[in-house]
Design a protein around this ligand. Structure first.
Ligand code: ADP
Ligand code: MG
Length: 702
């Protein structure tokens, strides 16, 4: 149960003054959040921080106020000029003056009663807003603030500017945030006092307050004391959650699994290639982990095509040699089938018994697999998350390999090991994650990296062309398939409309069938999975030479003799995605080409992305560049996986804090693994505030 102390932060925003159904919806649009349908909480609102300030402190006088400047004027009201009745287009004007000149305060569609009351003739007032000059006459259209002389002190001379959304004004948002701030409870300090003293950080409530009351532009910098403090809180919450997870998983005693090498030897003999140095090294690290009596929790990072599958299989073989079972899990049906196809002949050669388990296996086959897993007759199962459904039991599940981890949420990680008593976990990802982000999202794991490409791979020639040269591209594809090459043709996914995309892909498909003949297949996200798999399988088998596809081919598909990839509207893709797509080719010893077609004119960021694609094939370099261009937010496809993003911490700006947070979290868990002490209690609050309370549940699970 969440401590009641935090209730004020977890109230819905609609409990705040003046926020009804309609403004509540505007706030939901504005704040988004993990659960898009839920009403945001007061805490969500408090983490919506200003991005700029308006400075109203300039008071130059009417005649000396430059056009476009935000100024505050001290004026005397002279007369009202009402629009002619019935003509709504003519504005209502209030004329006023100061010692330097006269100004018209201009209102469109205004309520005359309100204006008469707010601007009594003869009264002296302060007005603040944007100065405009029309044909030599000064005016201010809809001043932001109007106050009497007596109330001048109440006028905010420095005002924060927040990102807004339709139906929500800055004024209402500021007022609402002020009310929310006033309700922040006093909380015990969870940070190490030595750290807050050294960094001169305010406490949590004071930091929030300061973040919403910037006085100078420098207060908006991510490195200001208040924003650093809040970012650190957020980073510490995430690192602490990962540390707790790691601690729990390690504490659950593992088993020492030592293979004798008999299966591995046979698999290696059956492979048509020798392992790369990176593969050998990664396997040695994995085998060492398996042999230890603790649980393994390891991330295998390797660029597309670096050969992760065979590493997974050999790891599974070690575990099976020791007498246990293994599972390899992939995010889609298609990838499961592909893995099974690669693995089956090798497993056969070694005498390992394997089975496939996805949502599609039903009836007898499924029952047999389930029985085989329970009895231990099956050594290795390859499947989707169907493996972890209720009713599936293992005799002794020693290893789970999770492929393409970024499609699985962090919270699912813990569930993976629940089918075995001491299951080791190997997570594989093709997303080349920069070091800072590895720490952020996988701080609980040890990391192995496949940095070498298999021998004999040729560099991919990448060319960038405008869409106007489409005919040339089609000719090039025709010529290549004439030489027995295979080509992917990727059509983009426009987020707003999957239907439009599909129709674009279908049009392209028809055009290519016309141009090239019946050698073209089509696969897109709106097809039934079975139909889509059939198209891809036909392409794999060579019945089609060209596959028109939306990004469904992005992850993991392996067709080694595909040597051309055309990406239409390349400017619409992110760098990481372009890199993943390009990785579909260049998987054999034949020369490969990637043609990036863009629609002119290109924006600056898109130009940069395409340039980087042309310049390098190194996934890690691309990931770093991607981080630079995007600022770190979406690199892991956080939206698909529901992996919690960061609201305040900026991965680039706060990288040094990240390191401190990791060490801090480690130390906390070493000293007080149950968060039972005084600081531990306070840290639990932190976990709740930043939505990492799953970790608290783990603590309770013991
Ligand atoms: P990924 O890391 O993207 O999952 P895969 O495991 O699908 O890569 O491997 C890509 C291709 O490279 C496959 O066709 C695989 O058989 C081949 N491969 C893997 N290791 C080697 C190696 N050491 N030498 C040559 N080819 C290899
Ligand atoms: Mg793979």
């Amino acid at each position: 149960m969440r401590p009641t102390l935090l209730n004020p932060l977890f109230r819905p925003v609609t409990s705040l003054d003046g926020i009804g159904e309609k403004l509540g919806q505007a706030l939901r649009r504005l704040l988004g959040g993990v659960d898009a349908d839920a009403v945001p909480r007061v805490g969500d609102l408090l983490f919506h921080l200003p991005v700029a300030i308006i400075d109203r402190s300039r008071q130059p006088g009417i005649a000396l106020s430059p056009a476009g400047a935000i100024v505050t004027l001290h004026v005397r009201v002279d007369r009202h000029q009402r629009p002619p009745p019935g003509n709504r287009r003519v504005p209502y004007k209030v004329f006023a003056h100061d010692e330097t000149g006269e100004i018209s305060l201009t209102f469109f569609h205004a309520n005359p009663d309100w204006l008469a009351k707010s601007f009594p003739v003869g009264e002296t007032l302060y007005v603040s807003g944007k100065m405009e000059w029309f044909g030599g006459r000064p005016s201010m259209v809809h001043p932001d603030h109007v106050v009497s002389e007596a109330d001048f002190a109440a006028m905010p001379l420095i005002e924060p500017v927040y990102p807004l959304t339709a139906g929500l004004s800055g004024k209402v948002l500021i007022r609402t945030i002020r009310e929310a701030l006033a309700s922040v409870p006093a909380l015990p300090e969870w940070l190490d006092p030595a750290l807050t003293a050294r960094e001169k950080w305010p406490d949590f409530a004071a930091a929030l307050n300061a973040a919403h009351h910037p006085a100078k532009p420098i207060d908006l910098e991510p490195t200001s004391p208040q924003l650093s403090r809040l970012a650190y809180d957020e980073l510490l919450a995430s690192q602490l959650a990962l540390s707790i997870l790691r601690h729990r998983q390690r504490k659950a005693v593992g088993a020492a699994r030592i293979g004798d090498g008999r299966l591995k030897e046979k698999i290696l003999a059956a492979l048509p290639f020798t392992l790369t140095g990176s593969q050998v090294e990664a396997l040695a690290e994995i085998d060492a982990d398996l042999a230890k009596p603790e649980r393994m929790l390891r991330l295998l990072q390797g660029d597309v095509g670096s050969g992760k599958t065979v590493v997974a299989l050999l790891a599974a073989a070690s575990v099976i040699e020791s007498g246990a079972q293994a599972a390899i899990m992939a995010p889609t049906e298609l990838l499961v089938r592909q893995h099974a196809r690669t693995i089956a002949p090798l497993a056969d050669a070694a005498g390992m018994r394997i089975a496939v388990l996805t949502g599609r296996e039903r009836g007898r086959e499924r029952e047999e697999t389930i029985a085989g897993l329970a009895s231990g007759e099956i050594d290795l199962v390859v499947g989707t998350h169907a493996i972890f459904q209720a009713g599936v039991e293992f005799r002794d599940l020693g290893l789970v390999v999770v492929d393409e981890q970024h499609r699985f949420g962090v919270h699912q990680r813990f569930a993976l090991t629940s089918k075995g008593k001491a299951t080791d976990v190997l997570v594989m990802t093709a997303t080349p994650i920069p070091r800072t982000l590895v720490l952020t999202y996988y701080g609980d794991m040890d990391v192995s990296r496949l940095t070498e490409k298999p021998a004999g791979r040729r560099p991919i020639e990448t060319r960038v062309l405008p869409l106007s040269r489409l005919d040339e591209v089609v000719a090039r594809v025709r010529e290549a398939v004439g030489r027995d090459a295979k080509a992917y043709w990727i059509c983009p996914l426009v987020e707003e409309s999957e239907v439009l995309d599909v129709s674009a892909a279908e049009d392209r498909y028809k055009a290519l069938v016309k141009a090239l003949g019946p050698i073209v297949g089509l696969a897109h996200g709106q097809m039934k999975p079975a139909e889509r798999d059939k198209q891809m399988a036909a392409f794999q088998a060579g019945m089609f030479k060209v596959l028109v596809a939306t990004t469904v081919v992005e992850v993991g598909v392996d067709v080694p003799d595909a040597t051309i990839i055309v990406i239409e509207h390349a400017e619409r893709f992110g760098l990481a995605q372009l890199h993943q797509l390009r990785g579909r080719v260049g998987r054999s010893d034949r020369a490969s080409v990637c043609l990036l077609l863009y629609k002119a004119p290109l924006g600056a960021v898109a130009t940069d992305r395409l340039r980087i694609m042309r310049e390098t094939e190194d996934g890690f370099v691309i990931a770093e560049e991607d981080l630079r261009l995007r600022g770190g937010g979406e690199i892991l496809g956080t939206r698909q996986s529901g992996m919690p993003g960061f609201r305040i911490a900026n991965i680039e700006m706060h990288a040094p804090l990240m390191e401190i947070a990791r060490d801090d979290a480690q130390l906390i868990v070493d000293r007080d693994p149950d968060l039972a002490g005084e600081r531990g209690e306070a840290l639990r609050l932190l976990l709740y505030i930043f939505g990492r309370d799953e970790a608290v549940r783990l603590l309770r699970a013991g």
